[in-house]
Ligand binder design. Structure first.
Ligand SMILES: O=C(O)CCC(=O)N[C@@H](CCC(=O)O)C(=O)O
Ligand SMILES: [Zn+2]
Length: 338
């Protein structure tokens, strides 16, 4: 297999490849662009006009998605997978991946849309670099832009696999993309209702890609991901890469949609979250429940019917999101969300 197919090995070893560009047996060009970054380009005659960005390891301890991208790259490098799309593979935070940690000093997924300019350190530089790589990749006019940023979560979940769909004023969430996500095994989608600082918020808001954060199960170390079943996603990604995706039905039957009711922001060290340490994502909370307290008598009381919590984490830094309170929405909401 071509050395560049071993991007993960190179990244884990912190090594630069001797050859930066390699051609597979059937003329696919692989180009190393820097640490954890590799572009795949099909022969011109086979190119179907899709630019696909696949990222993982934005959080270094979320290894199942990294292993999935590694398998896809191996298949491309050995000629088993024949891309018709241009693809950019990115491993988001190489040093955190090497250490098996979510991040070192700063959560990279809170540093996009220019936020990296306001802080310093290795992770700020990496977020800036990732923005540059994505912007260059998505700079060719007239092509279709799609980004999946793959994650696993800190805790278990009542809905194992789900997507988060960013928000931009005046832009409508796409039914076709939702149907595609459902076909790829996602059982729920959270429709964001304000702009954000995550990687997919950047590619969606600033680079006009269709972009999704995908949550695939619980985060575990390399080699311990048997319980994270990515079969349906892997099959769909291979079809997208080879341009032979079956048509999916327009109807979104069975796909659960949610919107953000409120983001719980931790303001101080006095922040207290009144949830069991092992609470699962999508757990329901009754109206009237005292969810959190913070300085200056700030109290977060659940008011919304059908509210559920995702990503509760009282350990985040002050000023960051310590949980999202979400509510179910119907598919009609899509037509109204411009
Ligand atoms: O399990 C958790 O608490 C966090 C899992 C995770 O890393 N989720 C992403 C979601 C990104 C988004 O909001 O689109 C994150 O928190 O960065
Ligand atoms: Zn993550």
């Amino acid at each position: 297999m071509l050395a560049l197919g071993k991007l993960l090995e190179l990244t884990l070893a912190g090594r630069e490849p001797a050859e930066k560009t390699q051609l597979t047996v059937d003329g696919v060009r692989m180009r190393w662009l820097g640490e954890g970054a590799l572009e795949v380009r099909p022969p011109e005659a086979r190119d179907n006009g899709l630019d696909l960005l696949l990222s993982a390891g934005i959080h270094g301890n979320e290894t199942a998605p990294i292993e999935l991208l590694d398998r896809l790259l191996h298949d491309i490098a050995s000629g088993d997978l024949k891309p018709r799309a241009r693809i950019l593979f990115l491993f988001g935070n190489p040093e955190a991946i090497r250490r098996g940690e979510r991040y070192l000093e700063l959560d990279v997924n809170r540093l996009f849309n220019g936020r990296h300019d306001q802080v310093s350190g290795a992770e700020a530089l990496r977020a800036c670099e990732l923005e540059r790589l994505a912007a260059t990749f998505f700079s060719i006019p007239g092509r279709t832009r799609l980004h999946y940023d793959l994650h696993t979560a800190i805790r278990g979940s009542k809905i194992e696999q789900f997507a988060l769909y960013p928000y931009k004023e005046g832009r409508q969430h796409s039914r076709r993309e939702l149907a595609r996500l459902h076909a790829a095994g996602m059982d729920a989608v959270l429709l964001q209702s304000k702009v954000s600082v995550t990687f997919t918020a950047y590619t969606y808001e600033t680079l006009d890609a269709e972009a999704f954060t995908l949550e695939l199960g619980k985060a575990r170390p390399f080699g311990q991901n048997a319980q994270v079943n990515v079969e349906r996603l892997e099959t769909r990604l291979k079809q997208i890469i080879e341009g032979n995706e079956p048509e999916q039905p327009e109807a979104l039957d069975g796909l659960q949609l949610f919107s953000v009711a409120r983001e719980i922001i931790k303001h101080s060290d006095s922040f207290q979250l009144h949830l069991a340490a092992d609470i699962e994502n999508f757990s329901e909370l009754e109206p009237g429940y005292l969810l959190a307290e913070d300085i200056a008598d700030t109290r977060w009381i659940v008011e919304e019917e059908g509210a559920r919590i995702i990503f509760p984490n009282p350990k985040v830094k002050n000023g960051l999101r310590a949980g999202i309170l979400i509510v179910p929405v119907t598919v009609e909401r899509l037509d109204a969300s411009t």
